[in-house]
Design a protein around this ligand. Sequence first.
Ligand SMILES: *Cc1c(COP(=O)(O)O)cnc(C)c1O
Length: 373
Amino acid sequence: MEQKILLTAGPICTSMRVKEAMLRDLGTRDHEYQDMVEQLRNELLQLAHVDADTHSVVFLQGSGTYGVESVLDSSVGKKGKVLILSNGAYGERMEQICIAHGISHQMQSFSKLEALPVEQLESYIKEDSITHVAFIHCETTAGVLNDLEAILKLTHKYHKRSIVDAMSSFGSMEMNLKELDMDFLITSSNKCLHGVPGVAIIYGKQEAFQQCEGNADNLAMDLYKQWAEMEASRGAFRFTSPTHVLLALNEAVKELKEQGGIAVRHDHYVFLQKKIQDTMKELGFEAPVKREEQAPVITTYFIPEWMDFSHFYDWMKERDILLYSGKLPGYHAFRIGNLGDLSVSDIERTLDEIRVYVGEYGPKSGKPSMVEE
Ligand SMILES: *Cc1c(COP(=O)(O)O)cnc(C)c1O
């Protein structure tokens, strides 16, 4: 079975040991499984530098979006009003969630190619009617990293609850949730934690989970109920747990620790990304996002005039490398993710193939333009 190189920013490549950890069937209500889940929750708290006195980690079946939807619906509910600070598709998804549930919200959209302009945010955050502020840490749309600390400083100043979608950043850089002091942080198993897709991970203050009681307008994604069950029964899910996904995540977290933890993973990502950035620049690709605002997990490039992206994509795919198409309306762009179980040689092979492609079809190849008009 050939292994593809996924540069798609979720799902991502997983190691053999993570895949092998799934070769077991465990009962969702068996204590062996629940003990593993409970232990994993504690490991995850440690990764975020918090403990169970003040914080909790709740798993929710589904992809990352399920986690975001559960938090917005259960925390903001029908009584609050959330300010969404958006600079990409995932901010827009938060708005769609609010519309679907009839949650009061105020949408503030900013450039998708730049970090949120912190100096402009205060006037929106201080509004009396706003109870919650929601934003994305790494906006995976263009891979822009927002200034988490600065924005949280503002939410604290005005005593607003904070909801941070850190889906594609948690695990890629150290985050001390005690110091950052947000109410909720949402991530998922299949991004920088290097697990398989199937579960959303919701960090929150115990008090913030408590406050969700009675707010959700549905049963399966009621965060209060999910939290209360997990706390009371130590690791139990209310409904069938994605047991294999949790076994994989458990192994992935072990692997992360053995590799040296989040700081080491961060350095590895930065190393891979710099290789990508240096070679792509040399090959004439233009990056629309400033280097210092580009998150360490993904890099966005404009599709050059001469290139037909779908041809490029298929050509790379024939070589078992999956690129990440763009998600930027109004721009011709694509992305290269470097998260997941990727080695230096995986990235070198990718860049060698891109070099061959540019030589074959690029502006100096002498071939007619690939762009179809
Ligand atoms: C991946 C991702 C999500 C979740 O997307 P799913 O398709 O539901 O897994 C949410 N927010 C951000 C910023 C992401 O990168």
